[in-house]
Design a protein around this ligand. Sequence first.
Ligand code: C2O
Ligand code: CU
Length: 462
Amino acid sequence: MALVTRRQFHHALLGSAASLCVPRLGWAETAADLVARPGRVRLAPADYPETEVWAYGGAVPGATIRLPQGERVSRRFVNKLPQASSVHWHGVRLENAMDGVPGLTQQVVEPGADFLYDFTAPDAGTYWYHPHNRSWEQMARGLYGALVIEEAEAAPQVDVDEVLLLDDWRLTDEAQIADDFGNLHDWSHAGRIGNWITVNGDGAWSREVQRHERLRLRLVNTANARIFSLETRGLDGWIVALDGMPLETPQRLERLALAPAQRADLIVDVTAEDGGEGLLISFERDGGYVIAGFPVVGTARGERLPDPARLPPNPVAALGPLAQARRAELLMEGGAMGGMRGAMMGGQMTRPREMAAAGKVWAMGGMADMAATPLIEADRGETIRIAITNDTAWPHAMHLHGHHFRQISSEGAAGPLRDTLLMVRGETAEIAFVAENPGDWLLHCHMLEHSAGGMMTWLRVA
Ligand code: C2O
Ligand code: CU
C-alpha cells in the first residue's frame, strides 16, 4: 500500500494553508449525550478528499468536556458505530463501574445500545476519554476527546487556556484511514505509527496570540503508538502538571517526551515579537516540524508576567512507608527481537507459533492474554510497589487505571504523580501508589497494538 508521507502532505499543505478549515458541525444532540458515530472530517489539505472517521458527535476531536473539580460528569454514551464500544475516562480516579473496561467493569455497549456514565471528578487537571474496546482500531479511526477539570480554587491566571490533542494518523493516498488493523508487524514492533500528524484534528493548527500573553496549553497524546518529542520556540515557560497532576515544583520547559496517553500542562509566555510566531515543534531523528503555530498579532503587555505559582495539589493520599509496602514484580517480554520465555496463553503452555497466530506477541507477568487472577490483591489504603522490567527491544507506555502512581528511583526518591509511564527498552522501573480506589483496575501498555497483543494485566483493590 502506498502511504502518503507526512512530508508530501506538508508540501501540499504549504500551498493551501489559507483554505484549510476543520468543519465543526452542530449536531442536534443534547449536551448530556456522547454519541459515537461514523462521520467525515477534513484532516488533510483541501485538495484531498475528506476522511471517513468514527468520532464522538461526528467531530475529531470530540467536544471537550469541561467542568469544575468535584462536579459530576454525566454522559449517556450512545453507540452508533458498526462495532461494540465503551468509554474510558483516562486518568480519572472514578468509581470502578464507570471505568469503561469491557469484561472487567462492564459489558460492551453493542451497536444501537447506550450506557450512562456518571461519576465525580475528584482531581483538577487534563484528562481524556476514549473507547476501551478494540481501541487499536477505534482510536485510530478518530474516537477521542478531552476532559478538562478546572481547579476548584486558586486556578492559575492565564490569558488563554487551550487543549491540544496530538494525533498520528495512518492515511492512504486518498486521505482515508488505512484499514490494516491487526497488522502483526505493527503489533510486534512499535505499534501503528502513522504518516499524518494533527492537532485538534487539524494538520495545520494555529491560533493567534499576543506578545507577552500567558497561555496554558494542555497537551494530550492521543496517538496509538507514536511518542512525541516536543519543544517550543517563541513560547517560554514551565511544565506545571503531568497526566493531570500538578507538579510540586513547576519545571522549566525544555524538550518534553509525551508518550501515548500522557498529558502535560504547560504555562508559557509568548516571547516571540509582534509579527512573529510561537511554535510547538515535534522532533524526530531526521529533524523537527511544526505541529502548532501561534502567530503573534499585537502586544498584550509591556513585559512578561511574574513566574506562575504551582497549581493547587489534588487530594491524592501520600505514600505509606515504602520499606513495609507489598511488592509485586512484572516482567514484560516478547515483540520483535525479543523472547517469551515460558509465556502462557489462557493459563496454558502454548507454542510461540500458536500464540502469534492468535495475535499474542507480547506477555506480561508470563501471560500473553489477560490473566484470570489479578497481579496483586491490595487492601484498601495499602501502599503497593510494582517493579516493572521491560525485557523487550521496544519502548512502552505503562498505564494504571483508577490511580496515579509515583516512580521510585533506585535511591528511593519518589517522582511526580503519573498515570502513564514511558519505559525505554531494557529499563526497569518501580512504581508505588496507595490502593485507594476499590475495584478491578487494568495495568497495560498504552501502545494500543501492544496491549491488544498481550501487554495487559490487572489488579484488585478490596
Ligand atoms: Cu487510556 Cu486502559 O486506557
Ligand atoms: Cu508497549
